[in-house]
Ligand binder design. Structure first.
Ligand code: CS2
Length: 496
């Protein structure tokens, strides 16, 4: 999709009107594309795009990003009208700083023109495909990693119709690349998944098997495509009218693709790029041979505490994370979750103290400028809880340790699934397994034990061994009973 901008919009033609400190490091269209990114959401724009622009600004390289939105046209249309430019506003108690970002050299809407995306993945100039498509788009069982191909994906893999799913786009693009012998490629998941590089490799491998591709193509892909793992971290709330207004006031022109984020950003990347990569280390990224410890640190501490805060806050009627942290005794309970359950459950990166990292996380969550909504974090719980909380429980139990505080997070999710807050207000169920969850609850929601029986039977979420663990069931049932009978505030007050 060609980039055409102007008027009082952020665009190439209006860059000179921006205050100097708000101007981008790169001018869109001046850096040849080397990366295709699937998933043009706010997180990508505030994280990988910012790191990549800074890396190219510092060390050069043909690493322009062509951003692909799988389904939504809104961001694609907004960015196309702005020559790919957008702004990121960093928000903190000290104030807001806004800067335009020029990392995008093009945008595409996959659903309108899937063949264009397939051609891009097969283009020799493209040496990397990065993804932020959220956990559910991988269509992998969160517990086993097995492909759970829906009818659309199965059709993408077994017919030659234009692909409609992310895995379908990837596989078709890889097959086209193999047929053209177009050179090595890195497929880089930047989603909050455990072992996201291995999971993406597993997705592609299983999808190729379903597609029954010729051995030569499968062999080419196995030899030419790498799947480096990553850990990504920046709190990026959904864009609101305030976000757009803040950007306009800072830039002097309107930016309909503006995003707001916390100042903190971290990116840990396994250095496995057969076709090369931007000098991300010049932009603050950590390059490593194993992102695993960093990923477990982040998923279990930051995201686990995030989910705990989201569910307890939503139940207590708190709209944002920062507001939730003002609940009496909540931070004391979250500190015990981190110190007594998360920290003993895994080996952190060398020299890292999990409780100290947890304190930093709580400080980030308390940022009063970040209106990060509890309901935004609460969505897709069936896809998030395994790596954020259940892996912690599984590892604690394997070591013969209690998982009392992690069980509270599970109980808070189950209580959230009942669909109403402490004050009776309805709560939304926005989850790929919503129908399965509703059906399970229809059969057993009269007692806390009945709810646990019903939902622990969801094998896509709860592994059989964990679901059969009597101590975990007792802890979760006890917390759930307290939350149902006494509400969040009283439960926290009595938590010992
Ligand atoms: C959040 C994450 O929405 C959510 O589930 O927990 O998006 C979180 O903000 C990021 O992982 C922070 O790096």
């Amino acid at each position: 999709m060609a980039l055409t901008g102007g008027g009082d919009r952020l665009a190439l033609a209006t860059l000179r009107r921006l205050p100097v400190e708000c101007r981008p490091l790169l001018r869109p269209g001046t850096v040849p594309a080397g990366i295709v990114h699937l998933g043009l959401g706010a997180f990508h724009r505030a994280h990988q795009a910012v790191h990549t622009e800074a890396a190219v600004g510092a060390a050069g390289g043909d690493w322009g990003i062509i951003g692909v939105a799988p389904r939504s046209t809104a961001v694609v249309d907004a960015l196309a009208a702005q020559d790919g430019l957008f702004s990121v506003t960093s928000l903190s108690a000290e104030g807001a700083t806004t800067r335009a970002v020029g990392a995008l050299t093009g945008v595409r809407h996959a659903a309108s023109d899937p063949a264009a995306v397939v051609r891009l993945v097969a283009d020799p100039a493209i040496r990397m495909v990065t993804l932020t498509v959220t956990e559910k788009a991988y269509q992998l069982d969160p517990v086993t990693g097995a492909l759970q191909a829906d009818p659309d994906l199965l059709a993408d893999l077994s017919t030659d119709r234009p692909p409609r799913t992310v895995p379908g786009l990837l596989v078709r693009g890889l097959l086209a690349r193999a047929a053209a012998d177009a050179g090595p490629l890195a497929l880089v998941s930047c989603d909050n998944l455990p072992a996201n590089g291995r999971r993406l490799r597993g997705l592609v491998t299983q999808a190729l098997a379903v597609a029954r591709v010729p051995d030569a193509a499968a062999g080419w892909i196995a030899g030419q495509v790498s799947f480096p793992g990553t850990m990504v971290d920046r709190i990026v709330p959904a864009t609101t009218a305030d976000t757009l207004d803040t950007a306009r006031r800072a830039l002097g022109v309107s930016d309909l693709a503006a995003v707001a984020a916390e100042p903190y950003s971290q990116w840990v990347i396994e250095d496995d790029f057969p076709g090369g990569r931007p000098a991300w280390e010049r932009a603050g990224a950590v390059l490593t041979d194993d992102a695993g410890p960093w990923e477990r640190l982040k998923l279990r501490t930051l995201n686990g505490v995030h989910s705990a805060t989201a569910y307890l806050g939503a139940l207590a009627g708190a709209e944002t994370v920062a507001e939730t942290l003002t609940l009496p005794r909540l931070t004391a309970v979250l500190r015990r979750l981190v110190a007594e359950d998360v920290a003993p459950s895994f080996a952190p990166p060398p020299g890292v103290s999990v409780p100290a990292y947890g304190e930093e996380v709580l400080g980030r969550f308390a940022n009063p400028a970040m209106r990060h909504r509890t309901l935004q974090i609460a969505m897709d719980g069936s896809q998030k809880l395994p790596q954020r909380v259940l892996h912690t429980i599984t590892d604690l139990r394997a070591a013969g340790r209690s998982a009392r505080w992690a069980s509270l997070v599970v109980a808070a999710w189950l209580r959230f699934l009942l669909g109403y807050a402490d004050d009776g207000r309805p709560l939304p169920l926005d989850d790929p397994l919503a129908e399965r969850i509703r059906a399970a609850l229809a059969a057993g929601r009269d007692t806390p034990a009945g709810v646990v029986d019903a939902l622990f039977a969801l094998r896509e979420v709860f592994p059989a061994e964990l679901a059969a663990d009597d101590e975990v069931r007792a802890d979760v049932t006890g917390w759930l009973a307290a939350l149902e009978r006494h509400g969040v505030r009283a439960t926290l007050a009595g938590a010992t």
